[in-house]
Design a protein around this ligand. Structure first.
Ligand code: 5GP
Length: 180
């Protein structure tokens, strides 16, 4: 893994390597393959951060998913979580009676995705599950912890592999943690 990465005013240290991410994604995909065998779930990718994880996850699936994208706004450019989530890019597909799998990059307080799950529940899907590459259990205050988790991590801010700091760092192949 590369060394320290500097983004704007902050330094980030290597945290989860590209190899470890890819290995874990194969394992998570195997769980999804097993649970959705013979089904065609609707996978909803939460932009922007989950784009890279979603691309690698779906390439390891042997089921026949449909894939849609949504955006929920929260953070702006800061590093603290916000309770006010807003659905920006709406869903353009009928979810009634469907098996929904939401794909997130990271769940911290859980408010962002919790808001969306509450909205989707009103549309009467058959089931709804959440996959998140990263999960910060110490910070979680929501109602829907992820059903499938790549890595449980402590509260520190991370970037890379789709996750940004002030819109930068998404292209990094590994995950980096903010240097204290
Ligand atoms: P929550 O609503 O669960 O507190 O926050 C989820 C959203 O906050 C994520 O989708 C992500 O955009 C952002 N977020 C939370 N923790 C981090 C982090 O450590 N790094 C980055 N880049 N974004 C984070």
């Amino acid at each position: 893994m590369e060394g320290i990465v500097k983004i704007k005013d902050k330094e980030f240290v290597p945290y989860i390597s590209e190899i470890d991410i890819q290995k874990r994604i194969v394992e998570v995909a195997a769980e999804v393959n097993r649970d959705y065998h013979g089904k065609s779930p609707l996978m909803i990718v939460v932009l922007n951060g989950a784009f890279m994880f979603a691309a690698d996850l779906v390439r390891n699936l042997h089921i026949e998913p449909e894939i849609q994208f949504i955006r929920i706004s929260t953070y702006g450019n800061s590093m603290s979580s916000s309770k006010d989530a807003q659905l920006l890019l709406g869903l353009e597909v009928d979810v009634e009676g469907r098996d929904i799998i939401l794909i997130e990059d990271i769940v911290e307080t859980g408010y962002t995705v919790g808001y969306f799950i509450d909205e989707v529940q009103k549309l009467a899907p058959s089931s709804i599950k959440l996959v998140s590459l990263l999960y910060k259990p110490e910070k979680f205050k929501g109602s829907y912890p992820p059903d499938y988790i790549g890595f449980e991590i402590p509260g520190a801010f991370v970037v890379g592999y789709g996750l940004d700091y002030a819109q930068q760092g998404r292209e990094l192949r590994s995950i980096y943690q903010l240097k204290e």
